[in-house]
Ligand binder design. Sequence first.
Ligand SMILES: *[C@@H]1O[C@H](CO)[C@@H](O)[C@H](O)[C@H]1NC(C)=O
Ligand SMILES: *[C@@H]1O[C@H](CO)[C@@H](O)[C@H](O)[C@H]1NC(C)=O
Ligand SMILES: *[C@@H]1O[C@H](CO)[C@@H](O)[C@H](O)[C@H]1NC(C)=O
Length: 411
Amino acid sequence: MLRILIITICACNVGTQRGTRPNGLISYSIPETRPLKKALGYYEDTYLNFTELSSKHGYHTEQHTVTTEDGYVLTVFRILSTCGIETGYPVLLMHGIFDTSDVWIVAGKQRGLGYLLAQNCYDVWTPNHRGNKYSRRHIKLNPDKDVKFWNYSFDEHGNFDLPAVIDYILAVTRRQKINYIGHSQGTTDFLAMASLRPKYNDKIQVSILLAPVAWMSNIVSPIPKLLSHVTQQLKIFLDSAGYSELLASHQLTHLILEYLCQVSSDDLCSATLAATTGYKSGIPGKTLAIAFGHLLSGSSSKSIAHFGQLIQSKRFQRYDEGSTGNILRYGRTTAPEYNVSRITAPVVLITGRNDWLSSLKDIATLTSKLPNLLENFVVPEPGWSHHNHVWGKLAPGLVFLKIFEYLRWLN
Ligand SMILES: *[C@@H]1O[C@H](CO)[C@@H](O)[C@H](O)[C@H]1NC(C)=O
Ligand SMILES: *[C@@H]1O[C@H](CO)[C@@H](O)[C@H](O)[C@H]1NC(C)=O
Ligand SMILES: *[C@@H]1O[C@H](CO)[C@@H](O)[C@H](O)[C@H]1NC(C)=O
């Protein structure tokens, strides 16, 4: 079973390879396929990028570039308040793994949280973490040539990407604080930042975490659980084979999933989501079809390996580099835990009863340790899963209302 899985993952990536580079990284990209998608009758929103989508739906956006301390060049989009004035502090929306800032708008005008915030007069900022399709740049390293570019996980998103983006937003807007909203790995990024760099807690008015991921020992999803036994070996294998970048938008797996979702979003696409996150229902077929044109926008083998370590170690800890690597990196033989008792910023958790990646048992561990937890809001729908928070038909009434309550109450 495992072997088949690994072969499938690799085979899908190999499909588009162009040849091995001298130092081991494989360059594989698919030419622009937009005319083909148009001809096949894809929903247009499937292949439009962030700027095109938001201007099509009548929103003004800006594109900003932020360089991190360690040289990664990130794209940060901003959706301007439609009110002419801005209410409260700026809102930072942080996407999850394999995702981009598109996640906040693909559900469209009525249900895209990015749009709804702008309509309610908020100044909305949506960064892209290092390595995804909008942030595949570095001042020195070449993502197509240098394996080192892919040496990151959510630890670096939290330690470097978020602080750089937050300082940038505060400088541009001349405000003292931001509101933080994260989804999935976007919540892990926050927890890593706020425990590794506690002075950033003072720059957060409130942090609202949708489908939070920290402790993972009670994960229900069988695929990550199964893979977690071998992620370390898998990482070594993938890195040495030149596949440190995984499931990117220019790779074949993305194109196949995107296609399947167009022809049969309710069956094949739902089944993919069901197998990985426990998804049951509640996301309109058209939204799923469009969303899968944007999902699978790339991550690193190390990101996957880090989550594998969380599952196996039953701890919320920094990346285990092996005892020698740990001494060099942390000054000790084992990987240190994230000290979440340092997270003094107010935190709201929004969780689901049927989320296979973010189980309520693991959430209980997190809630028992957070010193300034305002609420753990469990969405009162039995089938609520990982992506219902961002794309669900009922998300505006169940999740976004909660978000707006906190933003208004605190401002
Ligand atoms: C979005 O697409 C437009 C039109 O193709 C292009 O000019 C722009 O550079 C793209 N933006 C990003 C961030 O990829
Ligand atoms: C990756 O980065 C970490 C942290 O900076 C470092 O300790 C480690 O040695 C690096 N690994 C490689 C293979 O470059
Ligand atoms: C974790 O942080 C708290 C609060 O700053 C501190 O009192 C405690 O000693 C830290 N624990 C460890 C293991 O570093």
